[in-house]
Design a protein around this ligand. Structure first.
Ligand code: ZN
Length: 405
């Protein structure tokens, strides 16, 4: 009897727990209670204020966050409501509210529960494009595991990472995702690893960066070539890949005039993989890496600047405290532009932040989906302010955190 009561109590507590964890979203004009699900990508929690959730027994994840952490590119077509997601040589085309999907041009039907949908999060007042995690992961050659107890989905892309890497290096690879030891060996030469979480090991973390000569800064214009990045919903001729290049080209000039050694990951409209971008910084032993991006939201309501970084306690490759660069950029951008500053976010899952060895930050310099931000970012004088803000942030960081030997 005691056992039964115990079990019953467990069950009640458990169901209450589930109930307490449920969240409310609006899908196809219907308010629906859904259970948030934890998602792990290569051992890192997917970070988003828009929680992935279980819907009709499938896990739906916000497209932007999941593709970013997978290292994939997404091109959104607002007219057809389609998203093309590409990683390596795989291309997946999904359409909102449609069962038809295309994998490298081949049509497939996914089940009803996996249909991509728009979900509105009333609390955040934002609409997100949600895509089926399992389908997307498998289509892009990720392994998927589901932990019922933790209500957690874990995906890993060891094979894809190594393919991406070898593509950059023009070397062939036949790693299989099922062979764990093999994975580790190929896995970006030990630099990026599914177990790249911090272990209780002694690791020296320093606040200051040591520089021998002039400080080398790698500036990274996000996206490029076939990957346009976010396309403005206000004016479709405005693409993230062009804006980022405008900023980095101006920023490069500013930094060179202050005697920095500047390396740009790209100076023209070309496609460069995420691994390659990090590799450029690592191989040149840069002291600082700054990636430039612009943001987008479906609702058009979000606006302002945010700075992302991968805290050193979450990424084993880092041996410097990361937050200081983000903070310097945050404060100087605020001063230079007068724009709304949204936040500084910890994003250990983002490839360029996670794979770079030096202090690194990613600046999202405004929303191309926001009419308010668009008024600014389409003007040269404002691009100049953004570049100036980033340059000042770098300068401030160097003054406070770089020691010359
Ligand atoms: Zn971007």
């Amino acid at each position: 009897m005691k056992k039964i009561v115990g079990l019953l109590l467990c069950f009640i507590l458990f169901s209450q727990n589930i109930h307490a964890n449920s969240t409310s979203v609006i899908i196809q004009n219907r308010r629906t209670n859904v259970t948030p699900v934890k998602v792990e990508v290569n051992g890192n929690n997917l970070q988003s204020k828009f929680a992935p959730f279980a819907y009709e027994n499938r896990t739906l994840v916000p497209i932007r966050e999941i593709t970013e952490s997978m290292g994939a590119n997404v091109a959104w077509n607002n007219q057809n409501k389609t998203a093309q997601i590409s990683l390596g040589d795989k291309k997946v085309l999904l359409q909102i509210n449609s069962r038809a999907v295309y994998i490298n041009g081949k049509k497939k039907l996914i089940d009803k529960g996996s249909i991509p949908v728009f979900a509105s999060y009333p609390k955040e007042n934002e609409t997100k494009t949600m895509v089926p995690l399992r389908f997307l992961s498998e289509a892009l050659d990720f392994n998927v595991e589901w932990n019922q107890e933790k209500q957690q989905a874990s995906i890993s892309n060891i094979k894809t990472v190594s393919v991406m890497k070898t593509k950059d290096n023009q070397v062939s690879s036949e790693s299989k995702p099922s062979e764990k030891t093999n994975n580790k060996a190929v896995d970006l030469r030990g630099k990026v690893d599914a177990s790249d979480q911090v272990e209780p090991e002694k690791r020296e973390i320093s606040k200051k960066v040591k520089a021998k000569g002039p400080v080398t800064v790698v500036i990274d214009a996000g996206h490029g070539g076939k990957d346009s990045g976010a396309v403005s919903s206000v004016d479709s001729s405005v693409k993230e890949k062009d804006l980022t290049l405008q900023v980095t080209s101006r920023l490069g000039d500013l930094l060179r005039s202050k005697n920095y050694e500047v390396i740009e990951t790209r100076t023209r409209d070309e496609y460069i993989g995420l691994a390659k971008r990090a590799e450029i910084a690592n191989e040149n032993q840069a002291e600082i890496f700054v990636s430039i991006h612009f943001n987008s939201s479906n609702s058009g309501l979000a606006s302002g600047i945010e700075i992302l970084y991968a805290p050193e306690d979450k990424v084993k490759i880092k041996s410097h405290e990361q937050v200081h660069l983000a903070k310097a950029l945050h404060d100087e951008l605020k001063k230079a532009t007068g724009s709304t500053m949204r936040s500084m976010k910890k994003r250990p899952d983002l490839a360029v932040l996670r794979w770079t060895e030096m202090p690194a930050a990613l600046c999202e310099l405004g929303f191309v989906s926001s009419p308010e931000d668009m008024k600014n970012i389409t003007q040269d004088s404002y691009i100049e302010k953004l570049a100036q803000g980033v340059a000042n942030g770098i300068e401030r960081y160097v003054n406070n955190y770089v020691e010359f030997e």
